[in-house]
Design a protein around this ligand. Structure first.
Ligand code: NAD
Length: 292
């Protein structure tokens, strides 16, 4: 009804333009999602030489829609044409939402967030896709804390419906609603969670992956454990999942959970060893399994 529409307008804004900073595994997935649903998405690059590779990888995420005839090539091309590049921070005044997915480093993220705040309009929403850094901490040097939050996507972004929204203590209801409504329109399932180490999902997922590795240390084997958990109903076994997520990511998040929750969340020696050998899973062609 008209009243519901008016109430909704009072408590949320429409997001139609966006900016993504960081073009790794997560950044490209996020660019794809925003290209599919928003009018315009700008990609902040450090080096313009990478532009064609990035667009190629984002285009691949439309393959499923082409093959299943859910979209035509012309429709995909139109979506891809909504992407533009910038090497500097100029011309960002019309952006409604910026999401950073750069390296998991607090100082680098803080510096970037401050810079974004100084270049964007007052009511722009700025978000971090951090897996493990406190959103309250990241908000400390920002002037407009009410417009800042964590938006934590899961890998692969094009397949995983759940998205965690992590407000800081000053994030406004309007900003949260704006992001929540936009994500719902993008077919995602947003949940608002507290700002604690591991947020919600990783706090449950990483102890599960580490426990599988402890069972391995006790003398079982990778394929048996994966098969049992798959038979139980998981979409894939824990070691296959760890290789997909990335052993480096799994190790870093486990370390943070261990530092925050102590003996409740120990890291298995197997995970430490495989991380130290730089066997990072699928992305490095070797992890618990060999993909060469
Ligand atoms: P990645 O290493 O694949 O990509 C990081 C990208 O950021 C690279 O393209 C790199 O060139 C760029 N970059 C690094 N420092 C930068 C800087 N100072 N300015 C601009 N660009 C910079 O990493 P990823 O797996 O995509 O993770 C990115 C973020 O998303 C991290 O905060 C991570 O914790 C989080 N995250 C990762 C996952 C996952 O499963 N991989 C899931 C959820 C959240």
């Amino acid at each position: 009804s008209e009243k519901i529409k008016k109430d909704y307008e009072k408590t949320s804004n429409e997001i139609s333009t966006s900016l993504v900073i960081g073009n790794g595994v997560m950044g490209k997935g996020i660019i794809w999602l925003l290209s599919k649903y928003l009018k315009q998405t700008r990609i902040k690059l450090r080096n313009l030489d990478k532009a064609q590779n990035i667009i190629g990888d984002v285009a691949k995420l439309y393959d499923y829609f082409l093959k299943s005839r859910k979209m035509t090539q012309a429709q995909v091309d139109l979506k891809l044409s909504s992407l533009s590049y910038t090497q500097n921070f100029d011309g960002l005044k019309n952006i409604d939402l910026a999401i950073e997915a750069i390296v998991e480093n607090k100082e680098q993220k803080e510096e970037l967030l401050k810079k974004l705040e100084s270049c964007m309009k007052d009511d722009a929403i700025i978000a971090s896709n951090t897996s493990s850094i406190s959103i309250e901490e990241l908000s400390k040097n920002l002037q407009r804390k009410e417009n800042f939050m964590g938006i934590h996507f899961f890998n692969p972004v094009n397949k995983m419906p759940l998205v965690e929204i992590i407000p800081n203590s000053k994030t406004s209801k309007k900003s949260i609603n704006t992001v929540k409504q936009s994500l719902i329109k993008m077919g995602k399932m947003p949940i608002v969670v507290g700002d604690c180490a591991g947020f919600l999902v990783n706090r449950i997922l990483l102890p599960y992956l580490n426990e599988a590795a402890f069972i391995l240390e006790e003398g079982s084997n990778i394929t048996t454990i994966d098969k049992v958990l798959k038979d139980f109903g998981m979409p894939m076994g824990p070691f296959t999942l760890a290789d997909n997520v990335g052993i480096d990511i799994g190790y870093h998040v486990s370390k943070i959970l261990n530092e925050s929750y102590g003996q409740r969340m120990p890291i298995s020696n197997v995970l430490i060893k495989i991380y130290e050998q730089k066997l990072f899973g699928k992305k490095s062609k070797k992890g618990f399994y060999d993909y060469t």
